[in-house]
Design a binder for this molecule. Sequence first.
Ligand SMILES: [Zn+2]
Length: 337
Amino acid sequence: MQAFYSDHFVLPLPPGHRFPMQKYARLRERVAGELPHVALTEALPADDGMLGRVHAHDYVVRVSTGALNPKEQREIGFPWSPQMVERSRRSAGATLAACRAALAQGVAVNLAGGTHHAYADRGEGFCVFNDAAVAARAVQADLGAGTRVAIIDLDVHQGNGTAAIFEHDPSVFTLSLHGEHNYPFRKARSDLDVALPDGCGDDDYLVALGHALTDLFAQFTPTLAIYLAGADPLENDRLGRLALTHDGLLARDRSVLTACAERGVPVAIAMAGGYGRDIEQTVAAHFATVRLASQFHRSGRRFHRPPSAQPTSSPPPSTMSGPARPAHSTQQGDVFV
Ligand SMILES: [Zn+2]
């Protein structure tokens, strides 16, 4: 299985900042040490053309040049630095690389990503660019009309940016299972939202997820799924408010991977949030997700697209750095092309 990383593009944070930046390097160390069959690859950055399929031109320019105003920067929650820009581009590039690898091999992983609070024209909640949205648009540009992407967002916080970006787009289905009383306090509208009460444990969570996955696949036949496997539904997460155990979280991952494999839908996984009081607990949860995905990959589960989901008239896939764009551009407004 392929896994893409960007943790060595470190975003400098002031002392005491609550974002656990070091979890990504720890996760890569564990994957390298304990899963030798996982191929680790440094992610390439998402370029302006890729970002411009999702984000407003003006926003991309202002992020890139450090011209966000103080309020916009505060809402993102990181101080601006060139490293913040590079890191955000790499993380989006890693999710795209995982999508392309998943389409070829069934399942692949970004060891970061899941920046689902980023809107088309603004960021918030530690999210600058929306990696899943950027990757979904790039895959649609690669494969052409008829390419349908399901974004299965199981981070404990609602995927408000993703929901808003795709609100009126029937080619991308957004599912969010999240804490009802948690951030963001004003929710956007996903195609399917499942709001969970504070303290929700394994059993209730897994029942809700099972219904949601059934609903999703009853309504939508994706070419590819992007799965945001946040570790923040875990009990004792500082920002989570739910109460899943590690076993429950792993059962969650298995439910998603099984549902996709059974239907022949490839899956790209991003790690998303995780704010354990003990960072090793967060790393352990992310690591368990990666290990399970690699087990699915090694077991030969097919994940291949059913013939009915194959695009009918696809242009040849573009390269990572190539001028990927849809031959039949639709809603996304290719502001750079
Ligand atoms: Zn979260």
